[in-house]
Design a protein around this ligand. Sequence first.
Ligand SMILES: [Ca+2]
Length: 140
Amino acid sequence: MRSALHCLLLFSALWTLSFCGTSLIYVVNEAMNWTEAQEHCREKYTDLLTIESEKKMDYIAAALAGEMGHFWIGLKQKSEENTTSWIWSDGSYSSYEFWDNGQPDNSVGDNCVQLWSDLLFQWNDVQCCWPGPFICYEGE
Ligand SMILES: [Ca+2]
């Protein structure tokens, strides 16, 4: 298990850059739908953000403190299986979840997950087509 996270936050008008262990986390304040955001992250960094643990989620929430919006992360429903199952953009699965009360509440279909600042960055599933800011990672 990775020891203490050594994190440094640098803020600019457009993005947040966080050094956290061996991952860099980027908040991109451009309005894109989930698929566009995924393409952007894969082109410029590694992928849309994976949040596999409470520790990681706590770190992300702290990094986003003061930011307002609905931020795409890498979690997407496996619509082709016609079940409410979820997979991260990088192909990984994790048992960790941080849904807001009552979420996920969208019917089975093309649903993706956002962190909502007005829900203390808890997760909400929404249709993947909405434009919004998003979070990428680079590294592990
Ligand atoms: Ca929802």
